[in-house]
Design a protein. Structure first.
Length: 331
């Protein structure tokens, strides 16, 4: 009998020792924030990143994902949180980033990108890596490019088939001066606003519309407060995984490599999810009552050409990259 109890105790001890790493508290715990609902592609990418890091570090690094602006009141606030230490990792668009490093405005010029093949030939090449590297001087480490997508206009007032149809609309924009200039040039009244405030502003009628990629429009249920969707695809909105530099520098070298590899893998996964959503959700928006038009984009492109001359100077020594991107789109 004694032998039996001893053997059971020995077996339990072996099991506990083997499961010890999984039960041990993680050496590092970080908070990742984003501004959209859990149904959005960002959340898929963020949780994939967290899972990959935890698996590759044998549980020694744990990342909690906080969706829907839980760590801040919109993307600019979340990015500021990286600098203030209230946010460890950010997943979100580059929209407000031009206010931290103005050369991020490079991607905000209207109708700059021909299609996603063109987009990723830029982001995954030297230009994209160079722009990410600029964040080091701003207390952040840009790890990888995710996808928000081509931005489209929604509004409550009227169908949009040509540039003349947008005149006089009050449209929410991101806190981004190139986007605001584009809409102002088209005769729109641009209203910069944090994403967390947009649904209520649309509901109350303080703005007529907004512009975002299809996955954001659908997962944020804008069909409940917007009637018209116009497939303008006027700007491609990149997204990113960015770590606070203080966090990244606190990691052992092997974990920094793991962060970089996991971010790249999660980003490629998120782009696939986002692309699939973009294709599927237009039909879902129609089924939820939205009227969808494909406007004459030439009228839009012609009307906002002046934005290039107005803002190219903001890019300083990197202004030549704008011409490079345009040339890559013609290859
Ligand atoms: O990143 O603020 C915006 O319009 C962004 O596209 C949205 O938060 C997703």
């Amino acid at each position: 009998m004694k032998n039996c109890i001893r053997n059971v105790a020995l077996l339990l001890l072996i099991v506990l020792l083997h499961s010890a790493p999984a039960l041990a508290a993680p050496k590092f715990s970080f908070r990742l924030g984003h501004a959209v609902p859990e149904e959005n592609a960002y959340h898929y990418g963020a949780t994939k990143f967290a899972e990959l890091v935890e698996a590759k570090t044998n549980g020694e690094v744990h990342i909690d994902v906080f969706p829907n602006n839980q760590l801040g009141t919109g993307e600019r606030d979340l990015i500021e949180g990286l600098q203030l230490g209230t946010v460890d990792i950010y997943v979100g668009s580059t929209g407000p980033m031009g206010g931290f490093e103005k050369r991020f405005l490079l991607f905000d010029f209207p109708f700059l990108f021909r299609d996603k093949k063109h987009v990723y030939s830029v982001l995954d090449g030297e230009i994209g890596q160079h722009i990410l590297s600029l964040l080091d001087a701003k207390g952040m480490r840009g790890l990888a490019w995710m996808e928000n997508g081509f931005r489209n206009l929604t509004n409550v007032k009227r169908a949009v088939n040509g540039v003349e149809d947008v005149k006089g609309l009050k449209i929410r924009t991101m806190e981004n001066k190139v986007h605001m200039a584009m809409w102002r040039t088209l005769g729109v009244d641009p209203t910069p606003m944090a994403w967390s405030e947009v649904f209520t502003a649309l509901q109350q009628g303080t703005i007529d519309g907004q512009e975002n990629p299809i996955p954001v429009i659908y997962t944020s249920k804008l069909y409940e407060v917007q009637k018209h969707l116009s497939l303008t695809r006027h700007v491609f909105s990149p997204a990113m995984i960015v770590v606070a530099k203080s966090v990244f520098d606190s990691l052992p070298e092997e974990y920094r490599t793991i962060f970089a590899e996991a971010a790249q893998e999660a980003a490629l996964y998120e782009r696939e999810v986002c692309d699939k959503m973009e294709n599927e959700f237009i039909e879902s928006l129609k089924q939820n009552g939205m009227e969808v038009t494909t406007p004459d984009l030439a009228s839009f492109q012609e009307a906002c050409k002046s934005v290039y001359e107005e803002f190219k100077g903001e890019l300083d020594e990197d202004a030549g990259l704008l011409d490079q991107i345009i040339a890559m789109g013609k290859e």
